[in-house]
Write a protein that binds this ligand. Structure first.
Ligand SMILES: Cc1cc2nc3c(=O)[nH]c(=O)nc-3n(C[C@H](O)[C@H](O)[C@H](O)COP(=O)(O)O)c2cc1C
Length: 196
């Protein structure tokens, strides 16, 4: 990718609707995407992340378990609400769970928040890696990332957290850009008198 192509990609990237993602994602492409996604800055080289793949039939199994969990937690679901939960992971051909794995390290440990940011960088890198291989991707978290029981049924260990569920597939959809923040509104020069 030339710098110009990279700039073009960064300035036009959008997250397509998950339901628009189709096709198949062969093993070789999955491996390439995860290799690219893993190339993140990583203080202490702790590798505080791992991937869980949801593909094939496991996507519907996990959806049914999520529906059961939500019903257990919040009470009976309408048919439509149950169907929505059941289809959560089967709308795209591949969902990659980017999992934050906190690592204990040394007498002067790398703080956990730095490690969490590192796992978030992996999720962002995965969006770009998917595009580089001709796919599109959408990064979500949703209610099940914040529910300990749901995290367990999704395959996470108690100490792990979700950085994101990145839905990947092919689509021709071209979304117009959404409103973006004006950098001028976000930017200040540091003020040595403490007002910056
Ligand atoms: C950590 C994180 C979690 C997100 N979770 C959700 C989510 O649960 N549901 C959702 O609709 N969008 C979620 N989003 C937002 C989408 O990924 C996407 O950024 C948004 O739709 C804006 O689109 P854009 O990427 O085209 O700018 C999340 C984004 C981040 C960074």
């Amino acid at each position: 990718m030339t710098d110009q192509a990279l700039q073009q990609h960064l300035s036009t990237r959008r997250s397509p609707p998950i339901a628009s993602l189709g096709g198949e994602v062969p093993d070789g492409d999955i491996r390439s995407m995860l290799e690219l996604a893993s190339r993140v800055p990583d203080h202490g080289m702790l590798v505080p992340f791992r991937f869980i793949l949801y593909r094939g039939d496991s996507r519907t199994v996990v959806g049914q378990r999520l529906a059961d969990r939500l019903q257990e937690r919040d009470g009976p679901l309408s048919d439509a609400a149950r169907q929505k939960e059941e289809e959560r992971f089967s709308r795209a051909p591949l969902v990659v769970g980017v999992v934050f794995v906190p690592k204990d390290n040394g007498p002067k440990p790398i703080p956990e928040w730095e490690q969490f940011l590192c796992s978030g960088a992996v999720a962002m890198n995965l969006l770009h890696a998917a595009s580089a291989l001709g796919y599109r991707a959408n990064w979500i978290t949703n209610w099940y990332s914040d529910d300990a029981e749901a995290r367990t049924l999704l395959g996470l260990k108690p100490e792990e957290r979700v950085a994101g569920f990145v839905h990947i597939g092919r689509t021709d959809i071209n979304l117009p850009d959404r409103e973006r923040p004006r950098v001028e509104d976000l930017m200040t020069d540091y003020s040595p008198d403490g007002k910056g």
